[in-house]
Every structure is written in structure tokens, then in C-alpha cells.
Write a protein that binds this ligand. Sequence first.
Ligand code: MN
Length: 509
Amino acid sequence: MNHTVNPQAVYQNHELWMYAGSQTLYGPEVLKQVEKNASQIAGALSETPAIPMAVRWKGVLTSPEAISAALAEAGTDGRCAGVIVWMHTFSPAKMWIAGLSRFSKPLLHFHTQFNRDIPWDSIDMDFMNLNQTAHGGREFGFIATRLGVRRKVVVGHWQDQRALEQIGAWSRAAAAWADQQGARIVRFGDNMRYVAVTEGNKVEAELALGYMVNGYGVGDLVERVDAVSDAEINRLVGEYEEAYQVVPELKRGGARHEALRYSARLELGMCAFLEEVGAVGFSDSFECLTGLDQLPGMAVQRLMADGYGFGGEGDWKTAALVRAMKVMAAGLPGGTSFMEDYTYHFEPGRERVLGAHMLEICPTIASGTPRIEIHPLGIGGKSDPVRMVFDTPAGPAVNASIVDLGNRMRLIVNEVDTVPPDADLPKLPVARTVWIPRPDLAVAAAAWIYAGGAHHTGFSHAITTEVLEDYAEIAGMELVVIDARTETRSLRESLRWNELYWRLQKGLV
Ligand code: MN
């Protein structure tokens, strides 16, 4: 495990900062109470398992100067992944213009109240003046909307589980966003020849999403792969034999053991290369493998399990998305993988999709212990690649895709339910999963195709649409959700409206 790429580390290295907005009108006693209440809430947000990142209380803000200074500090401090603001009282919002208009990190407006209930018998005007979220939050909301500030608004009592979960979802999106700023995505070779959807503008991606995509010659990777020592390979092969069900022909003493050793060599060489670059994701292509004996199969699967994003056939957008989704998913039950809609089951009333790839599906989504096998690939003209073969557990999941439409990036999300395959698939030598898309295959696939979604996706049993929605909001990226409520005609209409909005949007804000 490469610890710098471990998605959990992103949460350990970042925190959310919380401020309360107020003003000096009420006198020092009220402000002391605001401070006390708000710091208690920040402490509770920090403690709850629903929010996976620490929340640090940063103070009550009562002047334009203090607000500008606080947001400037939050904007430049590398530990701060996002800011939570709460208007305990009324905070005249012209004070927020300068600070907010220069602030570019994730922002969450928590529209909460210290007391859950109105104390009907004892309520007086002092109580009313102290607990003014109901209108103070509207004053803040106006200026944020007036300035076009992207943010998430969460309404609810600070001890309400659903409110905490909404903040938690946003904190996961904020973690992925923080991780992505300045992140390096490595491309070994170029995109698969003639393929359109895996292309995209790398300058636009860095501008809009923050990550850098750079290409490297496969020859440079070959050098690293060839330099791996026998001792390292012996150790890793031992690890494979302990962790997985290795077929006899690949085991030590088996007829094809050398192929397993070569797969270990590939994994170690690729890992060393990626660590040297400081990358968190990568792509390769079966058309650009000069000097490598096998297409990296299990090597890629194992690197994904460590936390690396991956996209096949040069698909760097999906590599970056899979990395982002792995960060969002950190610590949650269920895995996250690169995925491809592969083939359909069109039996009336039982329509479903078989998802897989030639090789590169992440074992974090495996049910049970993966089997390590070797089979011919049929394309690429290389030796037979070693791969892990497994099925995936049943349950709700998401498929997500980012496409470059020329003037913008679009994130498309489809909610799906994975189900067991109808039979054992004894002749299918790749990891796979079967899902029923929501609302059904016919509507979901048509919607996906109208939206221009790719065949490659990031797939996750761990994260929800809400996290991806928050991520799109943070990124300022168009979002198309296909879920149980999707209906083709209205989706097509909203795609047309979106076309207009996103073409004008840069001139509007
Ligand atoms: Mn593919």
C-alpha cells in the first residue's frame, strides 16, 4: 500500500473551518453566547461519525474586515478543505460581499438553530434576538445568490441525523476536490486510436477541475519495470498466494508461474513510477505497450485497490473521476472501481446490464476472495495477461461519467442496483458485475446516450448521488442525474435548457 495515495489520508490532512456570522449591534453578552453555542455545534460536527473530516471552530465574524480576513485565510490555508457558515443572529450581508466574492473553496451554509424547539412558555424578545437564524440565514442567502456563490444549503437542527449526513456528503465531495487540486494523472501512451469519448481538453480539465494530465513514454515505464528485483517479486508473489485464490498453473512450481511473476513485476514497476511522479491516477492503452510483455491486468486492479484512479484506453477523465470517487468513498462500506457497460440482457421484464472491462476492475467491489487466473486477451498481441476474477455483491450503486462537450465538462450519474448473475459464468474470465439501472434499462440507457455519457464510468457501491451532486456544485460542472424519477421527454428538454444555460453561464456570473 502506497500511503500517500491512501484515500483516508486526504481526511487526515484536511479540516473544515466553521464560522458564525453576527454583528456588534447586540452587545458583548449576546456575542459571547453566540460564540459558546456555535463552538459547541462545531464540536458536535467534528465528533459525529456522519462527517468524516474534522471541523474546526474559527470564531464569530462581526465586520467586513474580519469576514474578508477569515475567508482569505481559509482560501489560502492548505489544510482547509471548505468552510461552513452559520448565521446564529442577523449578519448584515453587505459585510460579506468582499470576502465571498474572492472566496473559491467549497462553502456550506448551515441553516440551523441552537435550540430545537421554541420554548413556548418562556420565550421573550431576548430569546428571539439571540435565535434569528430563520431570517439571518435568508439575508446571507440573498447575498450568496446575488453574487452567484456556489454552495450547499443544509437546513435542520444540528443534532438531526439527516442534516449531519448532508454535511457529511458535502465533506466527502470537498475532500475529493481538495485532493484533486494540483493532482497528477499519468498517461502511459495515448488514447485508443479513433476513439472519441475518451478524448478531452487537458487544459480545460486543469482549469475547471484542478488536476494535471501528463503523458509519459511507455519506454520510461519499461525501464522501471525491468529494474524490479527478484527479491521484491518473491515477496509480492507470496502476498498474492496468501491473499487470493491463485490457480495452480500460476502458483510457484506451476507451468505458468513466470506469468504471475511478470504481473508482480508490472505492479511494482508501475507503482514505483507513479510514486516518483507523485500521481494519484493513471491510464494506459493496449495499443501502446511496446516493451511490456503483458497488458497490465492484475497490476492495475491492485493499484486501484490502493486508491489510484484508473481509466482504460487512455481515458484520463475517468481515471481522475475514479480517484475522486475513491476519496469520496473513504471509510464507507462497499467498493469503487473503473467500469464499462459491456453487454445487455434484454429478457422482457428482466432487462439488465453486465458491467466489466477487459481486465481492469477493482477488487474493492469483489464479493468473496478474488481468483487469480490467466487467459488469452484476443487483442493487443501480447502474452496472456494475469487478472483477478470475481463477482460483486448486490445493492444500490452509482455509475458516473465525465464527458468533454467542447465548451464544458458534464457529469452524468445513473443510480443502479447490482444483482447476482443468473448463473455462474464459468467461461467469462474477467471480474464482472450485473446491475439494473434506474428507472429501467430502456429509459436509463436512452437518457445516458442522449446526455452523451461514456461507456467508461466510475462505479461505486459506497457513495450516493448526493456526494456527486455536491462535487458538481463545488466544481461548477453541469450535472445530469438519471434515477428512479427520470422520464425521457423531460430529460431531453432539460438537456436543451442546459445547453443554453451552460453556453451563457460564463457571461452571467
Ligand atoms: Mn474500455
